[in-house]
Design a protein around this ligand. Structure first.
Ligand SMILES: [Zn+2]
Length: 262
């Protein structure tokens, strides 16, 4: 396997910890724990951008927010969400999986035909994507892009990594190709069917700020026919609640001032 930056960085830290261990076991243990916490936070937190540029909100000065949906297109669940968005005249961004785009091309077309944006969310939501080299990471996401391009005739610039996890190798790969990594500043428990409407609504309404990017799910990573009733039930009230607080629901390209496609 080709060595990548992640492994080199990890290896360097392990060597440093080893030499610290020879010097003092206590200092070595403290260093190892601090490094581990730092690495986990930098990987998983949308707010920490030390591995590369990440967008997790728009301007904090105007009362606009964006709705985003991940892991679709997901059959009738995505259709119901599109129906609600149409009825409420709200535009959203769908971060789709390339495999699902190939499975539901008609729904993918409907998304853009009704004024929504489409972003890339990898081919298959692979949990092991972070272990891939730069070349293989790009291979996965460009395979997804090809599926999207074959249906829509356009290539998304917006990319949301599976689980929102970011790594130096992956960030360097995406940056070199001009992709924008889009995360969020509000995420709810909506992927889990046990999280009801109230829980989802409370999380959004309590955390809403100008420029917020709200992450929701019309699909559920690679699972098949996972119930999406909680978000379908909550969505009309989410939209009404956001507007009642004086916020405008804006497309993501407008919110962050960047083009959605190459
Ligand atoms: Zn996802």
């Amino acid at each position: 396997m080709r060595l990548n930056y992640n492994f080199i960085l990890l290896l360097a830290c392990l060597i440093a910890i080893f030499f610290l261990f020879l010097f003092s076991k206590l200092i070595s243990a403290v260093f190892a724990v601090v490094f581990l916490i730092f690495w986990i936070l930098a990987t998983a937190s949308p707010k920490i951008h030390i591995f590369g540029a990440v967008i997790n909100h728009g301007s904090r000065k105007s009362k606009k927010v964006a709705l985003t949906f991940d892991d679709g297109p997901y059959g009738s669940a995505s259709e119901k969400i599109l129906d609600i968005l149409k009825e409420k005249n709200a535009k959203a961004t769908f971060f789709v999986l390339g495999n699902n785009a190939g499975k539901y091309p008609r729904i993918l077309k409907r998304m853009t035909a009704e004024g929504h944006l489409v972003g890339n969310h990898s081919l298959d939501h692979s949990s092991l994507l972070f272990l891939k080299s730069r070349k293989n990471y790009l291979k996965n996401m460009t395979a997804s892009e090809e599926n999207i391009f074959s249906v829509l005739g356009k290539r998304p610039r917006f990319f949301r990594p599976p689980w929102g996890l970011k790594y130096p190798e992956m960030m360097a790969a995406l940056e070199s190709k001009g992709y924008l990594v889009i995360l969020w500043d509000i995420i709810t428990l909506d992927p889990f069917s046990w999280a009801g409407k109230k829980i989802i609504l409370r999380k959004i309404m309590n955390n809403l700020r100008p420029g917020s990017i709200i992450a929701l799910h019309d699909g559920r990573d690679t699972k098949i026919d996972y119930p999406r009733n909680n978000i379908i039930e909550a969505l009309p009230e989410i939209i009404d609640g956001i507007r009642a607080k004086g916020f405008e629901i804006a497309p993501l390209d407008q919110l962050i001032g960047e083009k959605a496609y190459f």
